[in-house]
Design a protein. Structure first.
Length: 277
């Protein structure tokens, strides 16, 4: 029986290792070829809570396999982080997202881009961001928001605070992603010079029916306001939750209620006409 159990376990491990190797190979091929086709960036609206108008968009990467299948980031970001390919992937996403912002510059106030802890730790990260900004003359850097997660703080040998200070010196804004889900959110808030709090959807979904959630949200909104930060509530799917966020004076919202992530060509149909912007 022991032998059988060991056999089953090692088969599972072998499958997992195989999948990881396949994911890495796919990612390498995608980065080596036509990146924009194989690794498109999709856009999800972020809206003003009071009016529902689009104030920004989060850039979310996707992957098309050679067979034409669409993969979400959960299928390749972990492998990208393990292999270090996230550095090239992250640069690609930032460049593409900023290029789209330039194309929509009279219609879309800002673009928000995810940065993985591994990217942030790279010595070349700040110069890379500076180079992308320099490629887009006339762009107000505060219209670019970099989203980082609390795990960036953990086990990192670089001084994250210092790194974020140099990013902010470029004029871009910094958001704390998935806020509230980590183990040390208050430490994070205290130690990191961020501009935006992205309240994790676990606090947002079902908010209208849950007094504990609404108390937490009110407290985070108050805290953010006193620290001069703005708040985006993530994962808004339910009109009742939207109403509750309006009543709580939450500045902005993101979620399926306002729009799912869409390819650029579809997302831009949601934007106001340039004349009226
Ligand atoms: P995230 O940064 O928290 O991004 C928000 C995720 O929530 C997106 O999933 C989005 O589609 C989903 N979402 C938005 N509104 C709703 C809603 O109302 N309900 C629900 N249930 N989900 C909603 P997606 O695009 O699959 O991305 C998953 C994660 O992958 C992201 O979580 C982010 O951590 C990571 N990711 C995506 N793109 C990039 C990237 O370019 N670089 C890095 N480093 N990570 C990325
Ligand atoms: Ca994010
Ligand atoms: Ca998030």
């Amino acid at each position: 029986a022991g032998g059988h159990r060991l056999q089953v376990f090692s088969d599972e491990m072998r499958v997992a290792v195989k999948e990881r190797i396949a994911a890495e190979a796919r990612l390498r091929a995608a980065l080596a070829g036509d990146r924009e086709a194989a690794l498109p960036v999709w856009f999800q609206p972020i809206v003003n809570t009071a009016t529902g108008r689009i104030v920004g968009a989060e850039a979310l990467v996707r992957m098309f396999t050679p067979e034409g299948n669409l993969l979400g980031p959960g299928h390749f970001i972990p492998a990208a982080e393990e292999t270090g390919l996230i550095v090239a992937l992250g640069e690609h996403v930032l460049r593409l997202a900023v290029r789209h912002l330039m194309a929509w510059k009279n219609q879309l106030p800002y673009i928000s881009v995810n940065v993985s802890p591994r990217q942030l730790a790279e010595p070349d990260f700040v110069p890379m961001v500076a180079a992308v900004l320099a490629e887009n003359p006339g762009l107000d850097p505060s219209r670019v928001v970099l989203e980082i997660t609390e795990t960036a703080l953990l086990g990192s040998s670089v001084d994250v605070r210092e790194r974020l200070e140099s990013i902010k010196a470029l004029g871009v804004r910094v958001a704390l992603d998935d806020f509230g889900t980590g183990y040390s959110s208050l430490t994070w808030l205290q130690s990191v010079p961020a501009d935006v709090v992205k309240l994790d959807r676990s606090f947002v979904a079902g908010l209208a029916a849950d007094p504990r959630k609404s108390s937490i949200i009110s407290a985070v909104l108050w805290l953010a306001r006193s620290l001069n930060m703005t708040v985006v509530a993530e994962g808004v799917e339910d009109p009742e939750d939207w109403k509750a966020l309006q009543a709580a004076d939450c500045p902005s919202c993101q979620g399926y209620l306002f729009g799912r992530p869409l390819p650029a060509s579809e997302f831009e149909l949601m934007l106001p006409f340039p004349e009226t912007a």
